[in-house]
Design a binder for this molecule. Sequence first.
Ligand code: ACO
Length: 350
Amino acid sequence: MFQSKIAGIGYYVPKNVYTNDDLTRFMDTNDEWIQERTGIKERRYADRIGETTTTMGIEAARIAIERANTTVEDIDFIIFATLSPDYYFPGCGVLLQREMGMGEIGALDIRNQCSGFVYALSIADQFIKTGMYKNILVVGAEKHSFALDYSTRGRSVSVIFGDGAGAVVLQPTSEPGKGILSTHLHSDGADAEKLAMYYPGSSSGIWLDQDQQPDWPKQELGGMLMTKEMLDDGTAFPYMDGQAVFKKAVVKFPEVILESLTKNNLQSTDINLLIPHQANLRIAQFVQKTLRLGDDQVFNNIQKYGNTTAASVPIALCEAWEEGKIKDGDLICLAAFGAGFTWGSALIRW
Ligand code: ACO
């Protein structure tokens, strides 16, 4: 049985910076409200045309592959986590495979929202452990900016999210005690509709009140993808019950971090750096307090990028590494919680 390690890591964020003040051009909001509630000062938005979830993923992937001292030709499997794919189908994994000129290797898309990267890493870890693959490219990328409600109606959701991508290359390691020590994945669908984007979807609006549903299409078979009415009444955009998310996240984050520590006979004092999914600074601070972690034990960069969902953990991990905050032998904990609800953690000896 092999152990897997992160051999290379990279990230990419678009050049277009939108500060909280910039958002006041579109909606009734202000810097103080956003910073106080979320910690966010600015976020990046991809170019409207030409820059996609896949193209951003490719930028991050190129850096990760180079830093892993490997080549595009050596990558033998792709796992791509995103909730904002270029197309409804097929997924971004095959688009990346094509654009990077890779061989006919397997490509798998993960639709697990904010915990997507941790889920993807866990799957990649299993493939390395069994010896099936030796160079797995794991990408987390999002282009949220194409589907946010920038009117005042959507402000409590839209101010939170930003675009970007992160990637790692996972390889086997023979160094004892090094690499991914364990991963832990969970879900609870009881609150699936509390953080969701309902369209396009085959449920055809069953979660909405009947009187909210437009008449179109009138045919007996077939559902609706998206209508003008949905854009007008806001149901076409992501929905979030912010307080429900907050309450669940501050319980499940610490729980799944402690689970990974207990499994490895370690304690929170052993963590050199916790990289939480950058959901909201207040959630991260709550988790830090619950686990009694010091400021130097937790890495946050939501201030600069907002919440980039599946991309947030690899972007933060890469930035922390580039800033010299991760050293050989450090104990790194990745943890994420998001829509579904789904959550997970990965404990890594760097
Ligand atoms: N700017 C100014 N005012 C706003 C904004 C805004 N962007 N958004 C909402 N408001 C107003 C509301 O209209 C409301 O006004 P009212 O009192 O006149 O009706 C007031 O602010 C309070 O609104 P709430 O929705 O009750 O605000 P709350 O204090 O709950 O904060 C928030 C909202 C920040 C979303 C909070 O619930 C939260 O932190 N939730 C956690 C959710 C989260 O972090 N999600 C991240 C994405 S999901 C994930 O990654 C796991």
